[in-house]
Structure formats: C-alpha cells, structure tokens
Design a protein around this ligand. Structure first.
Ligand SMILES: Cc1cc2nc3c(=O)[nH]c(=O)nc-3n(C[C@H](O)[C@H](O)[C@H](O)COP(=O)(O)OP(=O)(O)OC[C@H]3O[C@@H](n4cnc5c(N)ncnc54)[C@H](O)[C@@H]3O)c2cc1C
Length: 617
C-alpha cells in the first residue's frame, strides 16, 4: 500500500523519522511495524508564525516492500558525426545549451575563455589573497561561469523559459545532492558545484562534443547577415554554421564587439547597490522569532525584502545564509562583490545583495554618448568609484549599515567574511545619489519589517553591480535567433524602457550653503579638513605620500556651488606621515571625525564636489 501524506511538524519532530512514523502509521491505519518506507517528496519551512513549522509531503509504503527509489536519468546520444554548433561560454547557460544540443542531435563545441574548474580554483585562491584579477580567470570567468563559486541557489519556479524541474534533475544526475529535488528552496553549495560542473563537461565530451578552454572569442565572422564563423584571441578562425552566445553579463568585451559590428543591442533595466552582511545568528533570531536562534533542527535563516522607493524597486538579491562575500570583479580598476555559500551554509555570516532598480533613463547624461553601451559605462564607473574608495586593490569600501542609513562615516568596521579585507568609506556618498538615497530608505523600511535588521554590527560593502546585464541582445521569439543575424542564438535576456527622465549627474550633490555661511570660523576650519579628506578620498588617485608631494606648503581651495570657497591648511596633514595606502582612510578619518562637531555630519552628504582623478579641485 502506498499513500501520500502531508504533515506539519515542529523542526524537531520533522527531523526524526521515528517520531512521524507513528503518525504516518495512524494515517494509514496500520501498525508502525508494517511501514516499509517513508520518503520525503517536498519539504518547506513556514516561519510566518512565532512557532516555526516544517511542512513535509511524504510518500509512505506499508505491508509490502517499497519499490526502488527512482531518479530521473539522462542518456546522451553519440553526436560525434553530427552537425556542429559552437557554444561560446561554459557558464550555466552554455553548459545547459550544450547538453540540449546533444539531446537534439547536434555536436556542441564549447569555447570557454577561462580555465577548467580545477585550474580555476587556484586563481580564485590567489584572488582571495588579494592578488591582481586575472581578466580570463576569476569569480565570473572559467568553467561553470559565475555559477561555480556561487551559492548554487535554485529558487526560480518560473516556467517562462522551460521546465525548471528538468534543470534540477540534470543537476542531480550530474552529482548534486538528493535534497535539491525535495526542498522548496534548494541550493547546491560552492563546495559541491565544481564536481557537478565537471560531470556536465564529461557528459558533453562522452557524447562526442568538445569543450575547449583558454579560448576567448573576440569576433564574429558575418556574411550576408549570417554568422559564418568566429575569431579567437590568438587569431584562430573557426568556421561555424550556428553559434550560441552564452557569455554572461560580465563579458563587456563581447557587448562592445557586437556594438562595434553594428549588431543590434537593447538597453534594459538592471540593478546596483551594495552587499550587506549580518551575523547569521542575528538573522536566525529575527527570522525564527527566537532569542535562541535556529537551534539544532533548522537551517541558517534567509530573508527576502523588497519595496518601492521613489518609483524604483529596492530589494534583497541573492541572499546567502551562512555564506561568504567574494570579490567578483573581472578586470582592473573594478570593485565588485557578490556572495556564495557552502552546501552546509555554516559560516557565521549572512550576506545579501541590496540593490536598486536602474532603468535606462536613470543613466546620467555623461554616459549617454556611449549609446546602447551607456549602462555598461555607468556600471563600470560605479565599480571604479568603489575601487578608488576601497584599497585600490581587492580591499572593499565598507560602512556599518547603521552609519550608511544615517549618512555617517564609520569609525571602525565590524568583522566580515570578505577575505581580501575592507576599508571604512562613506558609501552613502560614494554611490550615485539615486542609488544611495533609495537604499537608505529601503533599509529603513526593512528595519521596520524585521526588528533588529538595522544592527550596528551589520556591514555593507560596495558594490553589488553585476546583478544582471544593462543590455540584452534581442532575439526573434520564434526562431530564438538574433533579430537580424541568422545562425546566432543568444542565451541572454530581459526587457527595455527608454523614456526621458532627467536624473542628477553622478556624484553631484546640492549644498545648503546658507548654512555653511553662518558657521563660526573655528567650525569652518574643522569642516574644511573633513571636506578635504572627502575630496582627497573620493578623488582616489593618490596615496597620502603622493598628495603631500603635490600639495605640501599649499592650501587647497574647495570651491562650493554658490561661489563660497573654503581654504584648507595642510600643516596638520603633513604631520600625519602615513605611507600605507590601505590604512590612509581609516586613520585619517578617525583623526578628523574625532575633531569634528557632531552636527557637521549630516551636512557631509549634501556637499558638492567633483570626482576628478588627481587633485583637480
Ligand atoms: C558569487 C556569485 C554567486 C551567485 N549565486 C547565485 C545563486 O546562488 N543562484 C543563482 O541562480 N545565481 C547565482 N549567481 C548568478 C549566476 O551565477 C549567473 O546568473 C549565471 O552564472 C549566469 O549564467 P550564464 O551562463 O548566462 O553566464 P556566466 O555564468 O557569466 O557564464 C559565461 C561564461 O562565458 C565565458 N565567456 C565570456 N566571454 C567569453 C568569450 N569572449 N569567449 C569565450 N568565453 C567567454 C565566461 O568565462 C563564463 O564562463 C551568482 C553569481 C556570482 C558571481
């Protein structure tokens, strides 16, 4: 006899099959000894009420042996002599496309700019030791793409692009844990993903496909509006009748190449912001409504917030319970963070992107001359600002969450999972106003919904900019090929809006100058030192040593919006004699902020100055 049974149990009860076996037996009207197997088909946690409950959907067998547990398997046909299709990129999109091509009777040839997953791990380890970013091998590029060193969250239940269940079964078939077929919020974990990805590659190769590494595609060969081939970085030409571009949101060179070749692209909405991190224990306490946290039987808690601020969405993105913040930049002069978790989600930290929707019309005018690439240029500029306000390496600019919300600088920073390190930075000021201001409001709202979320031990790091691409490559809905270029199918997505709506230019703030004008001169002196330090910090192009060489025995004139100028005396600065670039902001801020009257702080975020490199004040 087989019966499907739904149970609602406490976490402790749900963890103990012996306990619920009796309940199942009662429901099946048999003695517990007659139960031959109980299998969990679906599991979810309901934390809406004070008492957290676990919902189990079970399949129970009694009186006769239970049939073997069956999993979906895949048999990939031999395609070695079938027509070839080039797949560019071995990220999740490329790997799934290649397996699908095998199913459809084509021979996939996957070209990947990065290294195989084992070699890639070594580059990731170097990155975490603050070595320079290898533009071909990093958290986004290499086998498995941005999906390898990720949380491996598989939360989507959208059927817009096909059967999400099949994706789960393919991943399970290639080594992902059984739980992903059962949990309502499944995740694989970064420790297990490389093994899964390796097996997917093996399936492609065993079926007769090919996977080539260190193969960066730099150009397309197009004749008569049809793709005829590809050019690799080393000059190799590859003939191709059909190409699947699955190069992901970080392949800016690919978008640029397509734009240079006048291939139609479309601007689209994306999102940028910061990554916020709390102690996991605090999130457990908040989400499970208990001062004891998650206890023995519940997983690390997650959250999901979203609200509207000034007509734009502000939301949590890619929340990683028990995870780590990682450096996800792909090139020089970029500061990008993201989050990942191991399968057990057992780090003491909970991180999440907190981002603001950016529409094409929100892009400041100065980037618009770049046409359809304006979003990329704006995204890049925000990453550059975070880079120069960080350690000008992989050290991330950071701020206490509560200080960010109050537009205050952080004197010091709480511990974080981000291994390369953090440096105190006024992110409320560094980020474009449209983003920082909305984030501040969003955080306040989330703090109201989740009492304790606005905790001084929470930290934010800049910047979470690669939520998706600011561009999409338009496809014909029927043929799925590019709208104009035949033979080129693109694994890229999302919609567009292009209304005109003036936004403040990046990094400009208006000044309540009348207030500045009536401050006493002793105050002005202190304020000007702070102004200088912000200016110097935000200009970002100098170490202290360099700036002293440039500005020794001089005063600096900061010209304000309404023609009031403030002159800075540099004598005090000269005494500092700090040569360590990475310590400069922290030490300097401590000294300045100590000397500053508290009422000055709210005005700092409303000051206007330009973000030129060097000392162009
Ligand atoms: C740290 C981190 C954590 C994440 N966590 C999650 C998560 O938990 N759940 C989730 O759903 N999503 C997560 N994401 C996002 C997810 O990884 C991406 O949405 C997904 O990887 C996109 O897949 P893709 O194949 O389209 O692109 P990508 O993964 O970006 O793959 C593109 C591939 O193309 C290659 N490539 C690019 N240009 C070229 C070229 N010119 N020539 C040859 N090869 C090229 C790249 O090297 C890369 O391997 C995370 C991302 C990061 C960075």
């Amino acid at each position: 006899m087989k019966k499907d049974i739904a149970l609602r149990l406490t976490p402790q009860e749900a963890s103990n099959e012996k306990y619920y076996k009796d309940i199942v037996a009662k429901k099946m009207k048999v003695h517990p000894d007659k139960i031959t197997a109980i299998r969990v088909r679906k599991r979810s946690i309901d934390a809406r009420q004070r008492q957290v409950m676990v919902q189990l959907h079970l399949e129970a067998f009694a009186n006769a042996p239970a049939p073997e547990k069956e999993f979906v398997t895949f048999e990939y046909q031999n395609v070695s002599d079938k027509p070839e299709v080039i797949v560019v990129g071995a990220g999740p999109g490329g790997l799934f496309a290649a397996l699908r091509l095998v199913e459809l009777g084509f021979k996939p040839i996957v070209l990947e700019r990065g290294k195989d997953v084992n070699e890639r791990k070594k580059d990731i380890a170097l990155l975490n030791r603050n070595n320079p970013v290898d533009p071909e091998s990093n958290y986004a590029f290499g086998e498995g793409g941005a999906g390898t060193f990720s949380d491996g969250k598989l939360y989507t239940r959208s059927t817009k692009r096909g059967d999400f269940n099949k994706v789960l079964h393919v991943l399970h078939f290639h080594g992902a844990q059984d739980d992903i077929l059962v949990d309502s919020h499944p995740h694989i974990g970064t420790d297990r993903l490389p093994g899964v990805i390796k097996k997917m590659r093996e399936s492609i190769i065993t079926a007769g496909g090919e996977v080539l590494f260190n193969a960066t595609v730099t150009d397309l060969v197009i004749e008569d509006s049809s793709v005829k081939g590809l050019v690799l970085k080393d000059g190799t030409n590859i003939k191709a009748k059909a190409v699947v571009l699955a190069t992901g949101h970080s392949a800016r060179d690919v978008y640029t190449m397509l734009d240079n070749r006048a291939i139609e692209l479309e601007a689209k909405t994306w999102a940028m912001g910061v990554r916020v991190e709390h102690p996991q224990e605090l999130i457990d306490q908040i989400q499970y409504h208990s001062p004891d946290g998650r206890g023995e039987y519940l997983p690390a808690a997650s959250y999901n917030f979203s609200c509207q601020v000034q007509e734009r969405g502000v939301y949590s993105f890619c929340m990683c319970p028990g995870g780590f913040i990682v450096p996800a930049m792909t090139g020089e002069n970029e500061m990008v963070v993201n989050g990942m978790s191991p399968s057990k989600r057992n780090s003491p930290y909970a991180n999440s992107g907190m981002v603001v929707e950016v529409r094409p019309e929100d892009i400041p005018d100065e980037f618009r001359k770049q046409g359809v690439l304006a979003g990329l240029a704006y995204q890049k500029e925000v990453e550059r600002l975070c880079y120069i306000n960080g350690g000008k390496n992989l050290i991330a600019p950071a701020q206490r969450l509560t200080d960010f919300v109050d537009s205050r600088l952080s004197f010091d920073l709480p511990p974080t999972s981000y291994v390369p390190g953090t440096i105190a930075s006024p992110l409320h000021f560094v980020l474009p106003y449209g983003i920082s201001n909305r984030l501040q409001e969003g955080f306040k709202q989330f703090g109201k919904w989740a009492n304790g979320f606005l905790d001084p031990e929470a930290i934010i790091l800049g910047t979470e900019s690669r939520t998706s691409s600011p561009l999409r490559i338009p496809r014909d809905p029927l043929s799925l090929q590019h709208v104009h270029i035949g033979g080129c199918s693109l694994v890229v997505k999302v919609p567009v809006m292009l209304e005109e709506l003036p936004l403040r230019p990046l990094m400009e703030r208006s000044v309540p100058m009348q207030l500045l004008g009536c401050w006493e001169s002793s105050c002005i002196r202190k304020i000007t030192s702070v102004l200088f330090s912000i200016f110097w910090w935000s200009s970002g192009g100098m170490t202290i040593k360099q700036s002293l060489v440039k500005w020794r025995d001089e005063s600096i004139l900061v010209r304000m919006k309404s023609n009031i100028s403030v002159r800075l005396n540099l004598n005090d600065l000269c005494k500092l004699n700090i040569e360590n670039d990475n310590l400069r902001c922290l030490i300097f801020w401590k000294q300045l902020v100590d000397a500053m009257p508290p009422f000055v702080i709210p005005f700092l975020s409303s000051l206007k100055f330009r973000h030129d490199d060097g000392c162009g004040c």
